[in-house]
Design a binder for this molecule. Structure first.
Ligand code: SF4
Length: 368
């Protein structure tokens, strides 16, 4: 894998090269196509560099569920809030999660009321806090896709090695392939091609995707995050669509291999097992999340803390579920930019740094 220094990456932001690929896309396309970029990081890059506005009008980009903060269910957030309120708990989380609204409050309000909620940059930070605070229970909110799951697995293994009985995780990792199945099998589906998330594939490879592409006759290109990566992924997908070809191609080969990172995959299989998971606004997708294997159940915060039965009710205004499935654009939400802004978010996609609604707001994609 090439070392990605700033100078190296500058080549992937070179306007002349990006324009050359864009010109090829314009020459290639002959009819309308709807493509979904899975990852919220890709959505933000597309908006930031204005790539959506430079594509031919025939190509519509819709935005997928690849924002972990956005798809974490209200039940899990409420569960996190109940755990974080308990007196001997230090609740640790990535910063994005703190402002995501639960049913009645968020982690920030728990902290303001005296709860011990700490922002960490890695689950290993939470393990360190556990080692330093043996009289407290340390819980890490383990959100994310396959990309962040190996670090969560490593934290559990490390806590076991250190004999820490005061560390646990609230398992919330979600998986891309089951979400693709859910989107493509929906009667509302209008996705004809996918840009698969490069960072997820860096861990998992893309060997899971060809059967999905074949089953739904939907071509895919594994795509990175720089402007040149994105237009290359779009070009490869459009070429397959125009040629009537269904395949999974790799437009991010400087980082991704077909097999992925086998060591990370082995660690994931050791610590986690696939479980059904509820995706916020979408519903339960079978085997779409990671739960802890039997051997690591003692590190599961849901086993350690009784949070009772949680009843939740989603905002009646927020259409995040439709946005996350590519059915609607953020600018089609009646609350976008009025009732719902980054300062007064009604839904997670306006809070998260990877949320599509936040991207539309930040980069000025107004109501059409
Ligand atoms: S703009 Fe706000 S209310 Fe509308 S879908 Fe996005 S997060 Fe929900």
């Amino acid at each position: 894998m090439a070392e990605q220094t700033p100078d190296f990456l500058a080549g992937y932001r070179n306007a002349k090269l990006v324009k050359t690929v864009l010109a090829e896309i314009h020459q290639t396309v002959t009819q309308p196509w709807t493509l979904m970029e899975i990852c919220g990081g890709q959505t933000h890059a597309i908006m930031q560099y204005g790539l959506d506005q430079l594509l031919p009008p025939e190509i519509e980009l819709v935005h997928g569920p690849g924002c972990p903060v956005c798809v974490t269910s209200l039940e899990l957030i409420d569960q996190a809030l109940m755990i974080a309120k308990q007196p001997d708990v230090i609740f640790t989380s990535f910063g994005d999660m703190l402002r995501v609204p639960g049913s009645k409050e968020d982690l920030f309000s728990i902290r303001a009321a005296g709860g011990q909620v700490r922002v960490v940059y890695s689950p290993m930070d939470a393990v360190k806090i556990a080692a330093e605070n043996p009289d407290k229970q340390i819980v890490f909110f383990a959100i994310g896709f396959e990309t962040t799951a190996p670090a969560n697995a490593m934290a559990v293994i490390q806590a076991e090695k250190m004999g820490l009985d005061n560390f646990s995780i609230l398992p919330a990792n979600v998986l891309v392939p089951p979400a693709m199945h859910a989107i493509l099998s929906s009667p509302n589906n209008r996705i004809q091609g996918f840009l698969a998330a490069g960072h997820v594939c860096a861990i998992m490879g893309y060997w899971e995707y060809p059967p999905i592409a074949e089953q739904y006759q939907t071509p895919m290109a594994v795509t990175g995050f720089e402007p040149l990566d994105l237009v290359e992924g779009i070009l490869q997908t459009v070429k397959m669509l125009e040629e009537g070809r269904v395949a999974v191609e790799n437009a991010y080969s400087r980082v991704v291999t077909y097999e992925g990172n086998k060591i990370a995959q082995a660690m994931l299989a050791k610590v986690f097992k696939p479980v059904d998971r509820n995706w916020r606004g979408i519903g339960t997708i079978p085997l779409s999340g990671y739960g802890l294997q039997e051997a690591y159940q003692q590190f599961d915060a849901t086993q350690r803390f009784d949070t009772g039965s949680i009843q939740t009710e989603e905002s009646k205004i927020c259409i995040a579920g439709q946005v996350l499935q590519g059915i609607k654009k953020p600018s089609e939400c009646p609350a976008f930019g009025t009732l719902c802004t980054p300062q007064t978010p009604l839904g997670a996609p306006m809070v998260s740094s990877e949320g599509a609604c936040a991207a539309y707001y930040r980069y000025g994609r107004k109501k059409s």
